[in-house]
Design a protein around this ligand. Structure first.
Ligand code: SF4
Ligand code: SF4
Length: 87
């Protein structure tokens, strides 16, 4: 499932990542892939901003603002600025 394009707030700090694979394990959208002992974002638009990866990262290497993408979509739709295609 895809959400809005270019709105996900997901970010990774490569310096902090130890490659433990926890984000890859908990992500329901398979956004993460570990290569060379570092987590990489494979498809940012697939992120539904549930924050499971950030909450479970022991190194605090991941930041994501929970639900921002869907909230923005709801507000934009209610204002008639766009047609709803997610949430
Ligand atoms: S959970 Fe954190 S430290 Fe572990 S691989 Fe993912 S980003 Fe890196
Ligand atoms: S916020 Fe949720 S959907 Fe997005 S990358 Fe993290 S675990 Fe996956």
């Amino acid at each position: 499932m895809k959400y809005l394009k270019n709105v996900a707030t997901l970010e990774i700090d490569d310096e902090k990542c130890t490659g433990c694979r926890m984000c890859e394990t908990v992500c329901p959208q398979r956004v993460w892939k570990i290569e060379n002992k570092k987590a990489g974002i494979t498809d940012k638009d697939a992120c539904m901003e549930c924050s499971a990866c950030a909450v479970n990262c022991s190194e605090s290497a991941i930041t994501v603002r929970k639900g921002v993408g869907c909230a923005a979509a709801i507000i934009s739709t209610s204002l008639g600025l766009r047609k709803q295609d997610c949430c």
